[in-house]
Design a protein around this ligand. Structure first.
Ligand code: MSP
Length: 492
């Protein structure tokens, strides 16, 4: 039987079209999902939109739309962007859907019966942009540290969840790796929060109307973060669908650094309370800045993934976004570097190497290669690359996997320079068979490693090689069908 692999992405607030900060986690998940499928695992991969709560309510009002109409439009923009980036999720879960509401109500009803809920008065600060209750201590110059906006003062009756009761158990599970948080720095951050103590948290709102009404308690709406987290269950058809039984617990939640506390403390506590298994791994990625600055509408430096796709194509955009810096760190994006990186890595790197190899095989051998063994040096290099590549992929370190592949691309480039197949051909040296066969084997390895990252381009290469091996790429006028995978573009 195949091993299952359930992975999720954050569901983004349906308030505006996605930017590359949003695209990042979803793309990251898509690459992992494709990789896992290639390892013959049974994968389920979810994306979605967070469509309730006060920020959505406010943005809809500003746009003069009723909230449902508003989120319907925004959700479409997400679907469009994910399609453009060739994201192959299995379910796009919307929190205004019937399926989601039904599952959430079931969850909250179970929670209600646990005695882990009690009424209280919330008097304090709230950042509407992150839908988060804040303490004075968390503010930076009086502002929400993530949004740099002043929080609202609110005072309302809320229902609280006995979070504190579960902190020791969560800590234990993090320490014994039952609940893995990657990278270490993010795990330590969570352990510190637990160590310093954290109050029980509010799971309902009194003054927010756009949401799911709290069962059994009049006048309360389920706190948007609680129902948002539950999407990871409702996407599988929780509680009764057989898909839920098959795929839960999640193997991997991919999230950004700003929402770590919700996923690594609140979410496990809620699950423990109703006696449901905890996620196995939470992978926390860093934040992008653009030319050193926070991405924001006011600064006008928001990068739309659709713009990148129309300029570079889907595959190159995918590559450019994950090859900038290791995901587990914060990173700065320089948009003007994209063209340079495109030309260096894709056009001159992989594209050029594959064209060189196939050109020689077609020109010298018409596409037909003798069966021979491969060059020992290259066999060693493939084995080393494979070891590193798989280790990094299994640890979700995509940046480093790409580095492994590009190191091997360099090795093959050097091998060509050293062996000079054009000289072997001219001298009718029989060693050419082994050299070309080795190169083709290396090229096929590269394609297999890059498939999760640039799936359309690798498919083009596979088809090309298929035809090449049948001698179908030399045209009757002696010309060759070109493999121009990543045409060079003008640099800015
Ligand atoms: N709706 C919640 C998530 C609920 S998940 C159960 C939410 N939505 S969000 O629209 O604000 O965006 C969430 C994700 O986008 C976070 O993981 C966040 O880290 C990511 N990013 C938003 N801006 C980003 C950057 N500039 N850089 C990298 N990721 C960023 O929070």
């Amino acid at each position: 039987m195949k091993n299952k692999f359930y992975l999720t992405t954050p569901i983004y607030y349906a308030i505006s079209k996605p930017h590359i900060g949003h695209a990042f986690a979803t793309l990251y998940a898509d690459i992992i999902a494709r990789y896992q499928k290639l390892q013959n695992r049974k994968v389920f991969f979810t994306a979605g939109a967070d469509e309730h709560g006060s920020i959505v309510e406010k943005k809809a009002r500003q746009a003069n739309k009723n909230p449902q109409e508003f989120v319907d439009e925004i959700a479409l923009l997400y679907l469009k962007a994910w399609r453009a980036l060739e994201i192959q999720y299995d379910v796009f879960i919307r929190t205004t859907s019937k399926q989601h509401k039904k599952g959430v109500l079931n969850f909250i009803e179970q929670l209600y019966r646990t005695n882990d809920i009690y009424p209280g008065l919330y008097e304090g600060l709230y950042c509407i942009n992150c839908e988060n209750f804040l303490t004075e201590k968390e503010l930076v110059n009086g502002l929400c540290p993530d949004h740099l906006k002043p929080p609202q003062k609110i005072k309302e009756k809320n229902y609280f969840f006995r979070l504190q009761k579960y902190l020791p158990l969560i800590k234990e599970k993090i320490l014994n790796q039952e609940l893995k948080i990657i990278p270490k720095s993010r795990r330590n951050e969570i352990l510190n929060i637990i160590e310093n103590g954290i109050p029980d948290f509010s799971i309902s709102r009194e003054k927010v109307k756009w949401g799911i009404p709290f069962p059994y308690i009049d006048g309360q709406t389920i706190y948007v973060w609680v129902e948002a987290l539950i999407n990871y269950l409702t996407a599988l058809g929780f509680p009764n669908n057989k898909r839920f039984k098959e795929f839960w617990p999640s193997d991997l939640h991919i999230i950004g650094a700003d929402i770590n506390k919700f996923h690594s403390i609140f979410w496990p506590a809620l699950l423990l309370s109703i006696g449901t298994a905890l996620p196995k791994t939470i992978f926390v990625h860093g934040f992008f800045t653009i030319n050193g600055q926070k991405m924001s509408k006011t600064l006008g430096n928001i990068i739309d993934p659709m713009t990148l796709v129309s300029k570079f194509g889907a595959d190159a955009t995918r590559y450019l976004l994950v090859s900038q810096f290791p995901a587990s760190e914060h990173g700065d994006i320089k948009e003007s570097d994209f063209s340079l990186k495109y030309n260096t890595d894709l056009a001159n790197g992989i594209g050029n190497l594959l064209e060189r190899i196939t050109t020689m095989i077609i020109d010298y051998k018409n596409g037909f290669l003798k069966k021979t063994n491969f060059d020992k040096n290259i066999i060693d290099s493939v084995q080393k690359t494979e070891k590193d590549y798989f280790k990094h992929m299994e640890n979700y370190e995509l940046f480093y996997s790409l580095q492994d592949v590009f190191l091997f691309i360099k090795t093959l480039d050097q091998y060509i320079e050293l062996q000079k197949p054009w000289v072997l051909n001219k001298n009718q040296d029989t060693r050419i068979d082994k050299v070309l066969a080795t190169l083709l084997w290396g090229a096929e390895k590269i394609i297999s490693w890059l498939e999760p990252f640039i799936p359309s381009k690798t498919l083009i290469v596979k088809n090309y090689l298929f035809k090449m091996k049948k001698g179908k790429l030399k045209l009757s006028d002696g010309k060759r069908v070109r493999l121009n995978l990543f045409p060079r573009i003008k640099e800015e």
